[in-house]
Write a protein that binds this ligand. Structure first.
Ligand code: KG4
Ligand code: ZN
Length: 349
């Protein structure tokens, strides 16, 4: 049996978890900074690292207390090494190094995107059948990835500009919905008509890439008051006849259509057995439904709590690297840009 303490601080959640065998969550604690960043309408990087620093000790202790364990009962310390905000990553990685050194435990650096995928291993479900196509959609990432085995990835496409979650958050702000925009747009969209606006699909043709900035601009153009109105930092004065639920529903449909069309095409092209839908935006029920209807193969997504950032998924990914022999040195650096297909596949144990 392996028991891993995992730490995650790549963006705006400070999280720690204890995971057994890469499958069982013994304890998982997530301290969100949403209230802190809500006043800025987005993540404020310097504030994020300071908040991680303040929270990380207590969050980790709470995870160990909940698990009823101390360091002598652990096999390794895992931590998100990247991609993410450099200052935020540094807090987690340095803290994890301190724990590893103090407790004499091995250190394992984990790719955050791989972590999102391994949230799927924390469910009671039959094993994933490879090859699978993974759509990683979050506030920082939108990538289509071919997964051919544990730790073996090929990136098929990615966003050329904004991430899907970022587009949700920006449009949410334009519509004066609370931060983060994703869940609030989903809520507003339930009372709206998805065919009220004909927004452009976020999908440059002939590739597996995405682009969401044109869609965002189209939404702003459709809702803002007066021609040539100056738009300070995305805050827009809305036209008086705007029905926010209609805009939310039409925008959400445009994002979902692009994600589903590209993912289904990739699944066909690479003869995938399954589609893995992961990351914060995979919490979106309309996206889940559309993907299940149109992907052409079975679709898996994590339970809601494991869609957005958490440390349990980092511990699950770390397990497979740990049993394959991965150990990182105490001189391990952070990798703020770390494409998932730059990862070495773990050696077979
Ligand atoms: O995975 P995550 O916690 O952080 C990153 O790794 O980026 O994802 C957060 C993102 C935010 O942009 C948030 O608006 C979006 O996920 N999100 C959603 C929903 N819940 C969270 N987007 C659409 N619909 C949702 N229900
Ligand atoms: Zn994430």
């Amino acid at each position: 049996m392996t028991r891993i303490l995992a730490i995650e601080t790549s963006c705006d959640e400070t999280a720690a978890a204890v995971i057994e065998d890469g499958r069982r969550i013994v304890a998982s604690v997530v301290a969100s900074q949403i209230d802190l960043h809500a006043q800025y309408g987005g993540v404020f990087p310097e504030m994020a690292s300071r908040a991680h620093l303040e929270a990380i000790g207590a969050v980790t202790q709470r995870a160990l207390d909940k698990a009823g364990l101390d360091y002598t009962k652990l096999d390794a310390i895992a931590v998100t090494r990247g991609p993410g905000l450099p200052g935020s990553l540094l807090v987690g990685v340095n803290f994890a190094k301190g724990l590893a050194m103090g407790a004499g435990l091995p250190l394992i650096g984990v790719n955050h995107l791989e972590g999102h995928i391994y949230a799927l291993w924390l469910m009671d479900a039959p094993p994933v059948r490879f090859p699978a196509v993974a759509l990683i959609v979050s506030g920082g990432h939108t990538s289509l990835v071919l997964m051919t085995g544990h730790g073996a990835y090929r990136q098929l496409g990615a966003t050329l500009d904004d991430a899907a979650g970022e587009a949700f958050d920006k449009v949410g702000r334009v519509l004066s919905l609370p931060y983060p925009g994703g869940p609030n747009i989903e809520k507003a969209a339930q009372a709206g008509r998805a065919d009220a606006y004909d927004f452009p699909l976020a999908k440059p043709d002939g590739t597996f890439d995405f682009s969401f900035s044109g869609l965002k601009t189209a939404v702003i153009r459709a809702v803002k008051a007066g021609p040539g109105h100056h738009v300070p930092r995305g805050d827009v004065e809305l036209r008086s006849d705007i029905h926010v639920p209609d805009v939310a529903a039409s925008f959400q449909k445009a994002v979902i259509d692009a994600l589903v069309i590209k993912t289904a095409a990739a699944a066909r092209a690479y003869k995938a057995h399954e589609v893995l839908l992961v990351g914060g935006v995979s919490a979106n029920q309309a996206l889940r439904q559309a993907m299940e209807t149109r992907a052409g193969v079975p679709v898996r997504y994590p339970p809601l709590k494991l869609c957005t950032d958490n440390a349990a998924m980092i511990g699950a990914a770390a397990h497979f690297r740990f049993i394959a022999g991965q150990r990182d040195g105490l001189d391990m650096d952070v990798l703020p840009m770390w494409p998932i297909d730059a990862l070495p596949a773990p050696a077979r144990p």
